[in-house]
Design a protein around this ligand. Structure first.
Ligand SMILES: [Zn+2]
Length: 196
């Protein structure tokens, strides 16, 4: 069981365009599925766990209502047909805490190679279709904020930076409080030793 930390924006590795999945990329498959089982969610892509290979995993129960809750691995997924643009509210493990409305196609046809090497093709509609487009975007080095207007994008980036600097400040405060406490304890111990 290999659980890998999900890489967060603005890491450069999320911007890389992934290359074709090959049988020698087996480790990427193992790590991606293991991480997905721990993280949960609707889908995850190989670049998010550090592999630049065209591999995604999606929540099968989301895609097919009759399924038994397992994950669906897609090697080299390609969208062969798309129609009916619509907006979808999306979250991403690489942009924690951010929810963005992205324009996608409501109806798509996807072709991929499954875990046994079989070529599959299926149609998806609505949220499952958006989810697959989101994961394939990762293979092309794109995240949700690359899909919105420049203005919205800069607003969201500001929000992410503010949250990051607040986190840093809180960590710094906590550290200095800890240091003050240690210094106080040391001084107290010194006094104790002297009074003996
Ligand atoms: Zn994502």
């Amino acid at each position: 069981m290999v659980y890998r930390r999900v890489i967060e924006w603005p890491s450069k590795s999320l911007k890389r365009v992934s290359t074709e999945y090959k049988d020698t990329d087996e480790q990427a498959l193992v790590d991606l599925v293991d991480t997905f089982r721990v993280k949960g969610g609707l889908g995850l892509s190989a670049p998010q766990v550090g592999y630049s290979t065209r591999l995604i995993v999606v929540n099968e129960s989301l895609l097919v209502s009759s399924s038994d809750n397992s994950e669906l691995v897609m090697k080299n997924p390609v969208i062969t047909e798309s129609s009916n643009p619509a907006f979808f509210e999306e979250r991403c493990f690489s942009l924690p805490g951010i929810s963005i409305e992205v324009e996608r196609f409501s109806d798509i046809s996807v072709r991929w190679t499954d875990q046994d090497g079989k070529i599959c093709e299926r149609e998806y509609s609505g949220y499952p279709a958006a989810c697959i487009q989101h994961e394939i975007d990762h293979l092309d080095g794109k995240v949700t904020i690359d899909r919105i207007s420049q203005l919205k994008r800069s607003m969201i980036i500001k929000k992410i930076k503010r949250a990051a600097s607040l986190e840093k400040r809180l960590a710094r405060n906590e550290k200095s409080a800890r240091e003050r406490k240690t210094a106080a304890t040391r001084a107290k111990n010194r006094r104790k030793r002297k009074s003996k």
